[in-house]
Design a protein around this ligand. Structure first.
Ligand code: FA5
Ligand code: MG
Length: 421
């Protein structure tokens, strides 16, 4: 196979991608390790966490056309120009995106397919795909990840508005009965404006339907897992995208953290015009499949999605959200920590968060192994067992001790607990 451009080697005149040759030029910056990812199609594997999440979302949005087989090679016009990105947008930079040549790049988001999908006449659709962004690599960043775009078009006439009203009522009554806590923001504001082409009332109705549609999805994905009786918490935030207005981002509170899962908004009328969709109004969203999967399956490292290790792959089955059990060939180091709770108490999750905050993924498990309340003083003591383990090296006793001491001093500092051992 052909070598791709690197700092040392002279540029080959072509690169081979998905079985085809493409001419290179002075902007070519795709590397072999990226080229190898094309065609892996993790989101199309039914027993892979990304495929499972895709399936669950597609099942939730009944009546939507599901598309998942579109090539990642797109023109910069599709990825940026069609969506109204300004000429000087940083996303266009060679430092941020992968280019095959001046006319061809790897899509940086699934929004790159909005115009062609609208133009094909689709009015309720989902499109899942691998997307590429030049980025550092760590537990939550990888230069390839997967998004799902969703959109729904309403005719801007009596029939379309009736359909909008009916579906809004259906979703609202479903959510009214559900255990969900939503921090909402106005549909439209001076900083998140209606488009000049839109009637403010219609735009607000479409935005409302968008919010209900996504809240309903989040309830489906995050509501049914574990023994938790806690309400699902969702937070809506104002956002900016060149191709929607008003625009929003959504965060979900899960296992002690706010997690940004998607961006969305009312589609710019210029996009629908370019797509030859007359007299209509639409919403669209783009969500991160890895973000969802990492939380729902407890997958601690974004790199694991690419694992070909049976110990990873064999843990998942189609249609099921299960908790990933970390494996490692390196031995665990467990340490116990006992302390008296402060008068105000301390939630186990708060403790776990401090552990994660202090030692990251090196803490494989945290388990409450003992608790009692002193009969006279009424003070409560808890003992947690923390399992320290690295995925890539053997931790020494000294290293485990040092980690454990850091955890002890952080909980002491942060919550005023009294350490007993
Ligand atoms: C977009 O990509 C927009 N195209 C989304 C959109 C679609 C807006 C339609 C309006 C209408 P953003 O860059 O924020 O936006 O990415 C969307 C989601 O992809 C994020 O919320 C996150 O869940 C996921 N994501 C973004 N960057 C990464 C990354 N480096 N690793 C994993 N997931 C990521
Ligand atoms: Mg974002």
């Amino acid at each position: 196979s052909r070598r791709l451009l690197s700092a040392q080697a002279p540029r080959p005149s072509t690169v081979s991608l998905l079985g085809k040759e493409y001419a290179t030029d002075d902007v070519t910056n795709i590397t072999s390790s990226i080229a190898e990812k094309l065609g892996r199609d993790l989101h199309r594997k039914p027993a892979h966490p990304l495929g499972i999440i895709r399936g669950l979302i597609e099942a939730h949005f009944t009546g939507f056309t599901a598309i998942s087989d579109v090539s990642p090679l797109v023109t910069p016009a599709r990825n940026f120009d069609d969506l109204g990105f300004p000429e000087d947008h940083p996303g266009r930079a060679l430092s941020d995106s992968y280019y095959i040549n001046r006319g061809l790049m790897l899509r940086t988001h699934t929004s790159a397919h909005e115009v062609e999908t609208f133009r094909a006449g689709e009015r309720k659709w989902l499109l899942s795909a691998d997307v590429y962004r030049r980025d550092e690599i760590d537990a939550s960043h990888y230069p390839v990840f997967h998004q799902m775009e969703g959109a729904r078009v309403f005719s801007n006439d009596k029939t379309g508005m009736q359909e909008l009203a009916n579906d809004t009522a259906r979703l609202a009554s479903e959510l009214e009965r559900a255990n969900i806590e939503i921090e909402d923001i106005p549909h439209i504001s001076s900083t998140n404006p209606v488009q000049p082409e839109h009637d403010p009332e219609t735009s607000a109705l479409v935005a409302h339907h968008l919010k209900l549609s996504l809240n309903s999805l989040i309830l489906k994905l995050f509501g049914g897992h574990g023994a938790s009786t806690e309400p699902v918490r969702v937070r809506w935030i104002e956002a900016y995208f060149p191709f929607t207005s008003p625009s929003y981002e959504v965060e979900v509170f899960y296992r002690g953290k706010w997690l940004e899962i998607l961006g969305c908004g009312v589609v710019k009328q210029s996009t629908l015009d370019r797509s030859n969709v007359p007299d209509s109004i639409s919403w669209a969203f783009g969500l991160g499949l890895e973000r969802l999967a990492m939380f729902l399956f407890s997958i601690p490292d974004i790199r694991l999605f690419w694992s070909q290790d049976e110990r990873f792959l064999s843990q998942f089955s189609p249609g099921k959200v299960t908790t990933f059990k970390a494996y490692s060939k390196y031995p665990p180091n467990s340490r116990d920590l006992s302390f008296w709770l402060p008068g105000t108490g301390l939630h186990d999750n708060d403790f776990c968060d401090v552990v994660r905050d202090t030692v990251g993924d090196l803490a494989e498990t945290v388990e409450l192994i003992d608790q009692f309340t002193h009969p006279k003083t009424k003070r409560t003591s808890k003992c947690f067992r923390i399992n320290y383990r690295s995925m890539d090296k053997s931790l020494t006793d000294e290293e485990a001790n040092a980690l454990h001491e850091q955890v002890a001093s952080r909980v002491q500092e942060k919550f005023g607990v009294e350490i007993r051992n």
